[in-house]
Design a protein around this ligand. Structure first.
Ligand code: PMP
Length: 381
């Protein structure tokens, strides 16, 4: 029998729990313990100008943040920062749209096809369809994509929703019209072993999923090509005339503290995050094993250069499947658990995406409900 702790939370016992969004509140406890070391004081007269550094092509990027980003990637070893432009965005959501815009505007013919291998991060669909741009067109699943002409492949690794490690699947190496955006939102040591220093043309990162500070809305892109970086900057200027300085300053401060903790045994954030995720995954796998109707992907172990040992992967989302012919998102809903439908991610009704980053009490209620679930056959085949 799997032991589930802290189950008796009266306020949660009957309410709907939302594990549809990946709201990363799991890390609040850690930052509470860090206390005032991350506190930033901003006076009324501070940070008033639109401009941060007029000598930088990305003139709305705070130098302090640029420095903190480079130092963190250096300390973790997950991405190359040299000979690259850093573009800051209001979350990597804005940067993904800026990158799609930039690559499309530089393409010879339009609309440029945009694809991602299923199951994919469902927000890519909204990002590429919502404004009905004539410059690019969402073409869905990259597996089997064979349309001629310019295209952009979005590669998410580790992948949201299924946690797998990904590379491009379209692969037209000699084609000038083939472009790739690498979304590395989850390429951090608490989620996956750091097996190499990534070195691609456009790499996206988000503050949201490293430390859990999604509310600050900060992301950054590491971009090799000056023309692409310039177009991305233009997009952000038109879209929001830059990015909140308050957020950038707070992010810089927290990233610096985060980097310092990498050297500490007792306070290492990644160690803390890794242990927490590992623990949650073990509990979830225990419930799934006993249920006999659910399934989860298996992940290979790999040597992590950050931790200096062989480790497993503990993704930020669980890609939960069922062996029964049932509409899983509705079944979970019946048991007061909101999740993201597999169909929204280009997959099927028998899969859902469940956030692993909720607060501990919510996560435990989820496990309890999952353990008690009896599925009803609801798909007509
Ligand atoms: N990419 C992926 C793969 C994500 O999961 C997320 C967050 N859910 C984002 C980008 C966007 O992150 P944000 O806008 O919060 O920086």
């Amino acid at each position: 029998m799997v032991k589930l702790e802290n189950m008796k939370n009266i306020s949660l016992s009957d309410s709907v729990i939302n594990l549809d969004h990946g709201d990363p509140t799991a890390y609040e406890e850690y930052w509470r313990k860090i206390g005032d070391r991350c506190t930033v004081t901003i006076r009324g007269c501070d940070l008033m100008s639109y401009f941060s550094d007029v000598n930088n092509m990305c003139w709305f990027l705070e130098p302090e943040l640029a420095e903190a980003i480079k130092e963190l990637h250096d300390a973790v070893g997950n991405a190359a920062t040299e000979d690259r432009y850093i573009v800051v965005g209001t979350g990597s959501t804005q940067l993904c749209q800026a990158a799609v815009h930039a690559l499309s505007s530089l393409a010879g013919t339009q609309p440029v096809s945009v694809v991602a291998a299923a199951p994919y991060y469902s927000t890519y669909v909204e990002e590429t369809t919502y404004v009905r741009s004539g410059m690019y067109k969402w073409e869905g699943d990259a597996w089997g994509f064979d349309k001629k002409g310019p295209y952009i492949e979005l590669v998410t690794s580790p992948n949201n929703p299924d946690g797998t490690l990904r590379e491009t699947v379209v692969n037209r190496p000699d084609d000038d019209e083939s472009k790739v955006i690498h979304d590395f939102a989850y390429y951090w040591p608490h989620y996956t072993p750091i097996t190499r220093r990534q070195d691609h043309d456009i790499m996206l990162f988000t503050f949201s999923k490293i430390t859990g500070h999604a509310g600050s809305r900060i992301g950054w892109a590491l971009v090799k090509d000056k023309k692409v970086a310039k177009k991305m900057v233009e997009y952000i200027i038109v879209n929001s005339i830059g990015v909140s300085k308050e957020s950038q300053i707070r992010t810089a401060k927290i990233l610096k503290v985060l980097k310092e903790t990498c050297k500490s045994e007792a306070e290492n954030f990644f160690e803390y995050g890794h242990e927490m995720m590992k623990n949650r995954w073990e509990k979830l796998r225990g419930v799934v094993k006993e249920s006999d109707v659910f399934s989860l992907p298996k992940y290979p172990e790999a040597y992590c250069y950050f931790f200096g040992k062989t480790l497993g992967s503990y993704p930020a989302f669980a890609w939960l499947g069922t062996k029964e012919e049932t509409d899983l998102v509705n079944e979970l809903r019946r048991h007061k658990v909101m999740s993201r439908a597999g169909e929204r991610c280009g997959s099927d009704k028998k899969h859902v995406r469940v956030s692993m980053l909720s607060r501990e009490d919510v996560f435990n209620v989820f496990l309890e409900r999952l353990a008690n679930m009896k599925l009803i056959k609801s798909i007509d085949l």
